[in-house]
Design a protein around this ligand. Structure first.
Ligand SMILES: [Mn+2]
Length: 458
């Protein structure tokens, strides 16, 4: 996937945008960001910048449920001025939709995004008032190499270097998007992580990795870890887990981060877990000290209560309300993963797995269950996963589609989005996505055709 990384070209784009932002001496800025942990981290970095520059600003969160035209209709002010700027972070690569809108405006638009474009950049006529920075057009991977918050951090730090002190925000963004251990960070994500560590803004710690429950007791750690999901114990009842730990002579109430090496080794004899590196935010308390869990909490809150998400990133300690939602979420997710791995009937072809989860897993959990099953390789990683069922209201089949990185390697980098476009052209339906994740809505007859013909679509 790493084809021709063009570092200089990307940094040139970034520098140009920075220069334009400084030279523009804007008197009003609107920040627009994505409704997830990465997006909220970006938003906070931009707010810090604007505050320090003494620029009047407002902000909005975009959840992609409506088109840009509809969304911006309510935001773009009637009065246009080249002294107004819009900064989009972690969103805004839908250039087909956005360029016609931006073309008609006098305001300046800064787009700092790491999602893939909906159009070939060569075919775009970039308007003069659009300052577009997206490392994926220079060959970078939007997940592994550069998170939205990494890109935003690089932008704001070039304007006000002291923003490095807010670097912990970047770490939350990276943790939220990359879904991997900090050891695996690459490229700009790694460079920025290292810089923030060197400045002692955050700490790195080492220990057994049970993401989702790093702040918790070992009994909850084994039960609620979502990365890795512990196949033998994840989502199990408390007695089973306590029995497992008492056989190893480990106190079930001992905190995950307090386990010593002999205890970790004993666990690893039965369970495949790794020791690894995790980011620790020492200026916070409790679960918010753990970057992965902090990011996960924000992601959960973004769907349940966006204003709680926006306030939580500024808090030292999670509220009871937020913690309750967090536990409800990981409890459901680990139970769903357990069900998927052990009980649910599935039909398999050479290249695909179909799982009907209607009535077993609520539709609001389909997407996350599919994602975490895929990253944990709960089912055959060399097959593409279709998880979903018939939606009552619309009488159509709704599917979350996922593949693993190993599937991509096996299929010349062609993953979920390319399968989705082939399904749509052959059987109709609506949907889209990225290499690893996407979704589609189909009629029932089309779904049946898809199930019998899927292997011919590769
Ligand atoms: Mn992002």
């Amino acid at each position: 996937m790493t084809q021709n990384l063009n570092r200089n070209k990307f940094l040139e784009d970034l520098d140009n945008a920075v220069d334009q932002f400084i030279d523009g001496s804007f008197n009003r800025v609107i920040a627009i960001s994505h409704n997830d942990a990465d997006g909220i981290s970006c938003l906070n970095l931009v707010q810090n910048l604007l505050y320090k520059m003494n620029i009047d600003y407002d902000y909005f969160i975009y959840n992609r449920s409506v088109s840009w035209a509809t969304y911006l209709n309510g935001i773009l002010s009637k009065r246009q001025s080249n002294k107004n700027a819009y900064i989009f972070t972690d969103v805004g690569s839908n250039l087909m939709e956005l360029i016609p809108i931006i073309n008609k405006r006098e305001d300046h638009f800064f787009i700092l995004d790491h999602h893939e474009l909906d159009i070939n950049i060569e075919e775009c006529n970039i308007p003069e008032n659009l300052h577009f920075v997206n490392p994926t057009i220079h060959g970078y991977d939007g997940l592994e190499h550069v998170a939205g918050a990494t890109l935003t951090y690089m932008f704001v730090k070039k304007i006000i270097p002291s923003i490095i002190k807010q670097g912990w925000l970047t770490i939350i963004g990276i943790a939220g998007d990359s879904l991997s251990s900090m050891n695996n960070l690459q490229s700009f994500n790694r460079e920025v992580y290292q810089e923030i560590l060197d400045e002692k803004i955050i700490e790195k710690k080492e220990g057994i990795i049970l993401y989702g429950a790093m702040f918790d007791s070992i009994k909850n750690g084994l039960k609620y870890s979502i990365l890795p999901f512990i196949k033998q114990l994840g989502g199990e009842n408390e007695q089973t887990i306590k029995l497992f730990l008492s056989n190893l002579k480990i106190n079930p109430r001992k905190k995950v981060h307090d386990l010593d090496d002999p205890e970790i080794l004993k666990i690893q004899e039965t369970i495949s877990t790794e020791k690894g590196e995790y980011a620790f935010l020492h200026h916070k308390q409790g679960m918010l000290q753990y970057a992965f869990e902090h990011a996960l909490l924000l992601n959960i809150l973004c769907f349940k209560n966006i204003s709680a998400a926006i306030s939580t990133i500024q808090l030292k300690k999670a509220t009871r309300y937020a913690k309750d939602l967090y536990y409800e979420y990981i409890d459901d997710l680990t139970k769903n993963m357990k069900m998927l791995a052990k009980e649910l009937p599935r039909s398999e072809t050479k290249k695909a797995i179909f799982v009907d989860v209607m009535g077993k897993i609520p539709p609001s959990s389909w997407s996350d269950t599919a994602s975490f099953s895929s990253v944990n390789e709960l089912l055959d990683p060399f097959k593409i996963l279709f998880l979903g069922g018939e939606e009552k209201k619309s009488r159509t089949i709704k599917l979350s589609i996922r593949c693993s990185k190993r599937f991509l390697e096996d299929n010349q980098g062609k993953g979920v989005n390319s399968v989705i476009s082939r399904i749509i052209s052959k059987y109709g339906g609506m949907g889209g996505g990225h290499k690893l994740a996407g979704g589609i809505r189909l009629s029932k007859p089309s779904y049946n055709l898809l199930k019998t013909n899927i292997d011919n679509l590769f």
